[in-house]
Design a binder for this molecule. Structure first.
Ligand code: NAD
Length: 291
């Protein structure tokens, strides 16, 4: 089984080692990469994500801060916090943790972040550059997937990549990246989603299947091609007889598909660790370019 695993923790550790060196060099030249995360409200899952991001950036020697705002914060206050960070030269990356409370216009908030500090690649200017094949930084989760494919020397050129899910965070940018004309792409890309009538008809012909739909163990062995590479982005909680009362599973039925795949990412320990690493990578990239 081990030889089939795409180990996100391992790939992450390699990248973080390189980043630590780069941060040291930048610091020696007077630049400390700085990331600020804004969190509105007390959503427990978001608090865990934010804490992990802060810890990971500190470990690399970067500056890291969190602005915690109460759930009732009005949009104007949030925008003025972003203004302040937009103009703060010590802050290279700004990340607004999603989802935002319903009374705040998410699109407006994301548009307000200076594109140069948009380490999530959510700003339309950066999304446009990505689609045009001239990216500023890559969105973290899809970028992490590309790094894993590269690390394990998984061929992409000419292969059929099926992406399940069309969110702005994962599915759409992933499709746009894999269709590009470059060495880490050149795929034939199909996107399937909630309105696709027969998903298996597409996933069965996928050389590379990227599952990002948020449905626990949706993809079974009979939906997968023999020898496929499977990237499982999903993070779903299912009830379990343990202390927490739950455990995490992906969108793919790991045990069921394992005999059939050539390689697969586990959940947890696959795509998850890569997402945070790419956020740090993007912040360091911005720091290198803006100073
Ligand atoms: P989302 O809810 O924004 O989008 C889900 C997409 O899946 C939608 O485009 C929808 O059309 C599609 N979909 C829903 N049900 C479907 C079905 N039955 N069949 C086919 N398509 C269906 O989700 P998202 O933000 O893209 O996240 C997807 C999953 O990936 C979630 O489990 C999320 O927790 C996880 N995620 C993980 C990471 C990571 O770092 N590992 C990062 C982002 C998201």
């Amino acid at each position: 089984m081990q030889e089939k695993l795409i180990d996100g923790k391992l790939v992450s550790a390699h990248l973080r080692e390189k980043l630590t060196k780069e941060v040291k060099e930048l610091k020696a030249s007077g630049i400390t990469p700085g990331l600020v995360v804004i969190l509105v409200g007390e959503d427990p899952a978001s608090q865990v994500y934010v804490r992990n991001k802060e810890r990971a950036s500190r470990r690399l020697g970067m500056n890291s801060g969190t602005i915690q705002l109460p759930a009732g914060t009005d949009e104007r206050e949030l925008l003025s916090q972003i203004d302040r960070l937009n103009n703060d030269p010590a802050c290279h990356g700004i990340l607004v943790q999603l989802p935002l409370p319903a009374h705040i216009n998410e699109k407006k908030v994301l548009m307000h972040i200076r594109p140069e500090k948009d380490v999530d690649c959510f700003h339309p200017q950066n999304v446009g550059k990505l689609v045009a094949g001239d990216p500023y930084v890559l969105p973290c989760t899809p970028a992490g997937i590309l790094e894993m494919l590269k690390f394990y020397k998984i061929q992409t050129a000419g292969r059929h990549a099926v992406i399940a899910g069309r969110s702005n965070i994962v599915g759409k940018p992933m499709a746009n990246l894999l269709v590009q004309k470059n060495d880490t792409a050149n795929c034939t890309v199909t996107v399937v989603h909630s309105r696709t009538p027969d998903i298996a008809a597409f996933s069965r012909s996928a050389d590379i299947l990227i599952a990002a739909i948020g449905k626990p163990r949706f993809f079974k062995a009979d939906m997968i091609k023999e020898g496929a590479v499977v990237i499982d982005v999903g993070i779903n909680r299912i009830g379990a007889d343990n202390e927490k009362g739950y455990r995490l599973v992906g969108d793919v039925d790991f045990d069921d598909v394992l005999p059939k795949v050539s390689m697969i990412t586990p959940v947890p320990g696959g795509v998850g660790p890569m997402t945070i690493t790419m956020l740090l990578f993007n912040t360091v990239t911005v720091a290198r370019h803006t100073n």
